[in-house]
Design a protein around this ligand. Structure first.
Ligand SMILES: [Zn+2]
Length: 322
């Protein structure tokens, strides 16, 4: 008898046994059940609030998009996370919050404005069982295209026709300033137009926020200036649990936890961004609060540990609730 025949016979014996025991998958063909809404979306509970991460896609950051980096050290940090040196692929995340019957979306992804690797957020929303009409509030961490362009249709209309759109006041001012627009390098000019179009499309429902302020109920804003002047995060607290959605404090996890002083070419004020990053990392490592980030490895939840002169990202353990 050949090995394969013996294996087949053994396998058929197993099938017989498992059918007798009622092992799933061994029963005669049935219509496979439809995936329940939200299946596969790793929703976390923060007290009574459900937080569902939505992946919009990814961006490849070229090696020269990282500023202040030492090349040999960058290579070593990439190797430490089993990555090749060179460009870094980073996700673009957004978060859907369900709180007390209200739907809040934090950032909107890039839609079609930044190439074919982005713009998947509407599919994520659909998988979560949410239609854009149902979204009550959209919170924007800053008015860069990978965060706000998803609020607009290709025609420039509001994707979320019933939502209030909250934007940081300092970003609104920066992106509406014609002097900044004329000074900006050519590749940044579309950023201004996207920010302005979004503000216009939501004008009747546009809300501006600044400082540490209560946005709604358990959500408050945290100023994190530097990456953009109004760049902000959001702290959500419910029933003694907390989540710090820190937006773009870290773009490249492999580098910037260890080296918070390294920046991104798109940081409008790289020095301020680095100081803000160090402060946010210090705060998160000190209080142990769960963080989530728009460019942390999807789904982007984790903690910050101190390590040497820098920090280390500790992806959140999963609780396997499905
Ligand atoms: Zn970003």
């Amino acid at each position: 008898m050949t090995l394969s025949r013996r294996s087949m016979i053994a396998a058929s014996g197993l099938i017989g046994t498992s059918a007798a025991l009622g092992v799933p998958g061994s029963t005669p063909a049935q219509a496979s059940p439809r995936a329940p809404r939200g299946y596969g979306l790793p929703t976390r509970k923060i007290g009574s609030i459900d937080v569902t991460p939505l992946l919009d896609g990814y961006i490849d950051v070229p090696a020269d998009g990282v500023i202040g980096a030492d090349l040999a050290e960058a290579r070593a940090l990439a190797a430490a996370v089993f990555q090749a040196p060179g460009s870094r692929r980073i996700p673009v995340n957004a978060y859907l919050l369900r709180l007390g019957g209200r739907l809040v979306l934090v950032d909107t992804g890039a839609a079609s404005g930044m190439g074919a690797t982005l713009g998947r957020l509407p599919m994520g929303l659909e998988a979560a069982g949410v239609s854009p009409k149902q979204v009550d509030v959209v919170l924007i961490s800053h008015m860069h295209p990978d965060h706000i362009n998803g609020a607009l249709t290709p025609e420039g209309d509001a994707v979320f026709p019933n939502a209030e759109l909250f934007v940081p006041d300092a970003d609104f001012a920066f992106w509406h300033d014609d002097a900044n627009l004329s000074r900006a390098p050519k590749e940044m000019k579309p950023f201004f137009l996207g920010a302005r179009k979004a503000a216009e499309a939501y004008a009747p429902r546009l809300r501006r926020f600044s400082g540490e302020s209560e946005i709604l109920g358990p959500i408050r804003s945290v100023p994190l200036p530097g990456h953009t002047p109004g760049h902000a995060g959001f702290i959500i607290e419910s029933d003694g649990e907390g989540l710090f959605i820190w937006a773009d404090v870290v773009h490249i996890a492999a580098y910037q936890f260890a080296r918070p002083e390294w920046g991104l070419a798109f940081d409008i004020d790289p020095h301020m961004a680095a100081a803000t990053r160090r402060r946010a990392l210090e705060r998160a490592s000190g209080d142990g609060m769960l963080v989530a980030g728009m460019h942390l490895p999807f789904p982007g939840f984790g903690h910050v540990a101190r390590e040497g002169k820098g920090y280390r990202f500790v992806p959140a353990e999963w609780d396997y609730a499905i």
